[in-house]
Design a protein around this ligand. Structure first.
Ligand code: AMP
Length: 303
């Protein structure tokens, strides 16, 4: 695996691969790799000729009072993990390399899908994400780009950006990977104390309770959100930020559970801000839920 720090070198490697007929797969990340990241790398390795993983803790997607300086980093471990996953190129630019002219004067804004949910507490976050992802698409020229369903709103926003701007890249959503006790894997889980870590799976448990209520016949979106709200409220360690049931593609708010919807939740516990979601499909009275996959398990949870 080649570690590349310069935009020009990354562009040249990707261009030369494409000239010889290779298809390039891109996995954008902020590093501190866990099995969620590994699953994206494996998905790309299984389909693409040149697998490029980018590791960049992008300052423009952090708000002024967020955890940019504290964000966990371990480059040596990440190089080892990406090598083991069969990655071809790991791109680790500096902030100056990515933004040589200082903060960008040109940004990509996806309207509506960025409003509410995580966009409410993090009003500048998604513009930072879409702008850096557009830059990476421009440099790498991937045929496919892989994103986790853990960051569900991000995936929907990036998909919409690619559609609206006719970007020649297939945006692929990969399953949400969980710890054995259900906690969604996240680099930010490193912030949790032992006590907080013990309580954190309550977020997933609350989503499972909500799915059970839908299976039992509940179709009122507010009632389903209340199940999550009440379950999390029983844990005083959690400061719930939002619970929202929305259309799975457009992210428009829904009053009824029908078709394909996403039930998404965010909350703070200690220093960590945790997010989680389940996708629920209701068709002809049948309820299917995508709860993600547990690490090490072959089977998709309850699909
Ligand atoms: P991050 O490094 O946290 O910015 O994440 C980089 C990519 O990995 C994003 O597409 C995330 O959605 C994805 N990812 C992070 N955690 C998980 C997870 N637990 N399961 C699946 N994908 C994930």
């Amino acid at each position: 695996m080649k570690v590349v720090e310069r935009v020009a070198e990354l562009r040249e490697r990707c261009e030369s691969a494409r000239r010889s007929g290779a298809r390039v797969g891109l996995v954008p990340t902020m590093g501190y790799f866990h099995d969620g990241h590994r699953s994206l790398m494996h998905a790309a390795r299984g389909r693409d000729d040149l697998v490029v993983v980018t590791l960049f803790v992008n300052p423009t997607q952090f708000g002024p009072n967020e955890d940019l300086s504290a964000y966990p980093r371990d480059l040596d471990a990440d190089v080892a993990a990406a090598t083991a996953a069969g990655v071809d190129v790991l791109f680790t630019p500096s902030v100056e390399e990515m933004y040589p002219g200082g903060p960008p004067r040109t940004t990509v804004h996806v309207a509506e899908l960025t409003e509410g949910m995580c966009g409410a507490a993090r009003p500048t976050h998604f513009d930072g994400v879409t702008t850096v992802v557009a830059k990476l698409f421009s440099v790498v020229g991937p045929s496919r780009a892989y994103f986790g369903r853990k960051d569900y709103q991000q995936l929907a926003v990036v998909r919409r950006m690619a559609q609206d701007l006719n970007l020649p890249v297939e945006v692929i959503g990969c399953p949400l990977v969980r710890e054995p006790d259900g906690l969604a894997m996240s680099s930010r889980n490193a912030y949790l104390t032992a006590d907080e870590r013990a309580v954190a799976p309550a977020l997933f448990a609350a989503l499972v309770d909500a799915v059970d209520v839908v299976r039992a016949g509940e179709r009122d979106a507010r009632a389903v959100e209340c199940v999550v709200h009440d379950a999390v409220a029983r844990r005083p360690q959690f400061a719930l930020e939002y619970v929202e049931l929305r259309d799975a593609t457009s992210l428009e708010p829904r009053t009824r559970v029908d078709g394909e919807v996403v039930l998404a939740v965010a909350g703070r516990i200690g220093r960590a801000r945790l997010i989680d979601n389940v996708v629920i499909q209701v068709a002809d009275g049948r309820v299917d839920a995508d709860l993600g996959v547990k690490v090490g398990a072959e089977e998709v949870l309850d699909a």
